[in-house]
Design a protein. Structure first.
Length: 146
């Protein structure tokens, strides 16, 4: 992979500005192949003497050159999963339906009519398996999350 920066001033500017947003914009987006990843979030002193982390693994989505979800460890991101509807795998975000509770809403749909045949699938269930995702969901995921 070619270096992203030729001079150090340009590199520092990208690393230092906008909480990493400049760096994300600088890294070339080449891969669109979405896969499930197993991510261990490590911060500061949560490593054991053996080098292992104390944190639990989190399953999320990534391409070969982008982390798509989760982007943070905080509670600001809505939980996501896969939603299988009419044989199509969608990437869905958990939304608050008010008095109706929470529901999974595909990223590709402005409005969504839930069906009793819809199946919620956790990311870990498809870890290491090839994904055939709704192309519109992938498009939204790539533009919204990266």
């Amino acid at each position: 992979m070619p270096p992203l920066f030729i001079n150090s001033a340009e590199a520092w500017d990208a690393y230092d500005s906008g909480e990493g947003k400049a760096l994300r914009e600088t890294v070339p987006k080449q891969s669109t192949h979405v896969r499930v990843i197993r991510k261990v979030l490590a911060h500061g002193l949560i490593f054991a003497v053996s080098g292992e982390t104390y944190g639990e693994a989190v399953f999320g989505l990534a391409t070969d050159d982008r982390l798509l979800y989760p982007l943070s460890t905080g509670g600001e991101e809505a939980p996501m999963c896969f939603l299988k509807s009419a044989g199509i795998f969608h990437v869905a975000e958990e939304l608050d339906g008010g008095f109706d509770g929470f529901y999974d809403h595909p990223l590709c749909a402005d409005r969504w009519q839930w069906s009793e045949n819809d199946e919620r699938i956790a990311f870990e269930e498809l870890h290491g398996k090839p994904l055939d995702l709704c192309p519109r969901c992938v498009e939204v995921l790539m533009t919204k999350r990266s």
